[in-house]
Design a protein around this ligand. Sequence first.
Ligand SMILES: *Cc1c(COP(=O)(O)O)cnc(C)c1O
Length: 406
Amino acid sequence: MTDATDPYADVGVPTVINGAGTKTRVGGTLMREEAVAAMAAAAESFARISDLQAAACDRIAAATGAEAGYVTSGANAALTMAAAACIAGDDLGVMDRLPETPGVADEIVVPRSHRTGYDHALRAAGATMVDVGANDRQRGTGAVNVQPWQIDDAIGEDTAAVAYLAKPDTAPPLERVCEVAHAREVPVIVDAAAQLPPTRNLERFVAEGADLVAFSGGKAIRGPQSTGLLAGRSDLVRSVALQHLDMHAAAAAWDPPETLFDVDDLPGVPTQGLGRSFKIGKEELVAVLAALEAFLAEDDEATLAAWHDRAEFVADELGDLPGLSATLVDADKTAVVTSVLATVDEDTAGIETTDLVRDLRRENPRVFVGGDELPAPRFTVNPRCLSDDEAATLVRRVAAALERGG
Ligand SMILES: *Cc1c(COP(=O)(O)O)cnc(C)c1O
């Protein structure tokens, strides 16, 4: 890319060689060309957002097996809207007051071992988090973190929902949690933001009983970074639409599509809801639908195999550098992305891993490797956001940084 077409150079900002994976702070993902084309075309003409959401509803339902779906401004916003829907239901008065919840059942029961920084998204809707269980398994102090009966025990008359974080190793199984919650007539919200690929996971969580599932549009789907998908029960998606669409409408002329909700069932036009802060543009909306279609058509085994090969190349090359050893993590190639775990012998390398990772980020272009385990002498390389050329550059730049440091 020449500087003339580099929008980052235009604003004086270095590009990033992204070995950290689909991380929001380095731009998430590269959009599919189908999504870019849809976005550019949509910028040239208007469409009614509620019509686009109705079309999205059908497409997301078809892709996930859910009754309905909605496009949000990221999986995080999908979680906020999910919580808002579970708290408010069809009550326009409660929608109007959120995130204030006086006198309203606003508790979201969540296993402690499922809590992440992202559950601020649930609290943003006014939810009160009710933690259950412990973190015994991760800490090595017990065999289980939480049992289904404990979730049941935490459900009471103030419960609005149960929250569940979907990861390959999360327990208890989603089906069991849904059984417990549904027996108490409580919906289950699943954060599956990063659980794609495999493509089949689009259907999996709904099939296992989830009432609402949040996916990131800006990770594997490779739509705009600022998109997410919410899939689930039609009554809850209806509540999302009522709290998300721009409601600056004259009652007499208000005519939203019936796919989303029936005006005759409402006492009037809702107010601008909690979701108005998370609006989604026509360009992003059609772009994520185009990306979803392309994602569904993709052979994800081939994608995973290509990523695996790239990870193998990086691991082989890094492992040859003085002071570094490298292994493959999650190398089963079928469901998750293979990544590289590099371990630094800091004495031999002559540089602390933290300095190495930071130095790489200060170069131009910036080189991002995964540093979640710092200050432990380890870093990771995720192959999914690298081209083969960039993977080779990344290796060269690590070698040069080691040479300087050592
Ligand atoms: C990425 C991620 C999110 C946020 O998704 P966005 O689409 O960036 O809003 C939420 N939860 C988990 C577990 C994630 O990995």
